[in-house]
Design a protein around this ligand. Structure first.
Ligand SMILES: [Zn+2]
Length: 521
């Protein structure tokens, strides 16, 4: 007598190999214990998988549910589990919730979450993991260490190179965090406090990671004009240290830069074929979701928030900023405001509409919004080439990930990117329709691909002895529903999602169970 038996499903095991016929899959506790044709033993729960596809649970290698504080505020992570994600890797883009070396360590999170009223009862990575493992969660969570979190814990709001002893301290804390279960390090090199990080410093930390076979997740310094140079910098690190490198949310941003995509693919392929351990993740959307301040020139961000605001109030500097914004080629007027600091009520409006109400230019509205809303103003900008977006997600070195957060269905006063709700179903639906890659390959990009890259044990493939993280979906009806104006809509066609043998989604609805584990490397 098994706990769970799924019968007559087409099993795509996550390896990328062609599915063979219809199979039954049996689960005991949190483990897959049998996969065979016509298993005759009974089970407490039997699910008819006819006409459905059974796959391993999806692994979101690029997730920010920690930075948005959802792990604690919203452990259900509804928008993620309803699209089939059963494991998420958080701590991305330079920001993690540990280790906290000083009160400044959490500052990198400001981009994503208002820190007022937040309470933490941990300092080290090990204490954080302990806390996390005591808090119930719908899916499994693994975490990286954020570079900015580490660095700002040491140097606070200062933006400068590290002294030798500081670099040594950083390496030591990284090592301790890896020992405590962190899966690697992430950096957000385009952000104000990480622009200053030298290639040499990156090398030093990459060596620590390589020694421990841990992941280095890099959000490139540039995804636009200097994307090729930025990618080469990251590839250099992989080539020279043999670190396990993953480029975060890879893309070529801005119409004027789209012609650089072939160079990007070429650099990746060449590095990979010469032995660099490089992969990347991408999301299947043409619109980016990012802080408005990130459109400012590098020189305006280099001094951090204080200096940035000083630049705004100095007439000459402000003119220089306006001149820059006028020549970027970015269509600011078409951008939509997704969220702002609480006092501003611009959500869902375009910058063009906001500017018209203020009776100023869209560029002037950009400066005023940043001035009043700071790093909390997030916008949507449609600036990616649809053909390239498809090429990135379909590329053999690419994984598909949300770069988003787990949220519930209750519409908040802010908009989230639809990728938080629809990434996996949108990608699967697209793969089935376009036939550009096989469905088996599409599933690999969501399962064993990212699981192996992260170094997850017994997850990412449907096989006997592995954890019973599984998704049962209908290939005819699977679809995303979330839109930019109305993002809070769950995907459809995903009928069952099991995390460690327990259903978090059953008959298409959230069950409320919280069976996720906190994973340690
Ligand atoms: Zn990022």
């Amino acid at each position: 007598m098994y706990n769970l038996l799924i019968k007559n499903a087409r099993v795509i095991d996550g390896s990328g190999q062609p599915a063979e016929g219809l199979l039954d899959v049996a689960v005991q506790g949190d483990e897959i214990v049998n996969i065979d044709k016509n298993i005759s033993s009974g089970a407490e729960t039997i699910i008819d998988g006819s006409g459905k596809i059974l796959t391993p649970g999806f692994v979101d290698i690029q997730n920010h549910s920690d930075a948005y504080w959802q792990l604690f505020d919203n452990p259900q992570l509804g928008s993620l589990i309803t699209q089939g994600f059963t494991t998420i890797l958080v701590g991305n883009c330079g920001a993690s919730l540990a280790p906290l070396l000083s009160k400044d360590s959490l500052l990198p999170l400001q981009k994503w979450h208002n820190l007022e009223g937040i309470n933490v009862n941990w300092q080290s990575f090990s204490e954080y993991i302990e806390t996390l493992s005591r808090s119930p969660l719908a899916c499994n969570v693994a975490s990286l260490v954020g570079y900015a979190t580490l660095r700002r814990g040491l140097v606070g709001d200062e933006i400068r190179r590290l002294e030798k002893n500081e670099l040594e301290a950083l390496k030591k804390i990284l090592e301790e965090s890896l020992d405590a279960g962190a899966f690697g390090l992430s950096s957000g090199l385009s952000y104000a406090h990480e622009i200053i990080i030298s290639e040499l410093e990156l090398f030093e930390l990459a060596k620590v990671l390589a020694k421990q076979k841990a992941l280095f997740s890099i959000h490139l310094r540039s995804e636009g004009e200097e994307v090729v140079e930025a990618l080469e910098e990251a590839l250099d690190i992989a080539r020279n240290t043999d670190v396990n490198l993953k480029i975060s949310h890879l893309k070529v941003r801005g119409r004027q830069n789209w012609e650089k995509a072939p160079e990007v693919f070429n650099a990746l392929d060449t590095a990979y074929h010469k032995g660099a351990r490089v992969h990347f993740d991408a999301y299947p959307y043409e619109t980016m979701w990012l802080p408005l301040y990130s459109y400012l020139p590098k020189w305006a961000m280099e001094g951090g928030r204080t200096l940035m605001l000083k630049n705004f109030s100095d007439a000459a500097q402000r003119n220089k900023l306006m001149a820059y914004l006028n020549t970027t080629g970015v269509k600011f007027s078409e951008m939509m405001v997704a969220s702002t600091a609480n006092k501003l009520n611009f959500v869902g409006k375009t910058l063009g509409q906001i500017a018209k109400n203020m009776e100023v230019s869209s560029e002037e509205a950009v400066l005023q919004l940043i001035q009043n809303g700071g790093s909390e103003v997030l916008v949507f900008e449609q600036n990616l080439d649809p053909t390239q977006v498809e090429e990135f997600v379909n590329h053999p070195l690419g994984f598909v990930a949300t770069d988003g957060e787990g949220v519930g269905k209750n519409a908040a006063s802010t908009l989230v990117h639809p990728r938080c709700f629809g990434t996996a179903p949108k990608f699967i639906k697209q793969s089935i329709a376009s036939k550009k890659i096989t469905l088996e390959e599409a599933i690999r990009k969501l399962t064993s691909g990212p699981a192996e890259k992260i170094g997850l044990k017994k997850r990412g493939q449907l096989k006997i002895g592995n954890f019973a993280d599984m998704v049962l979906f209908n290939p005819q009806t699977i679809t995303d529903k979330s839109t930019y104006q109305n993002p809070y809509q769950f995907s459809e066609g995903i009928e069952y999602v099991f995390v460690n043998g327990k259903p978090v989604v059953a008959k298409g609805a959230i069950t409320g169970l919280l069976p996720g584990y906190t994973l340690r490397k």
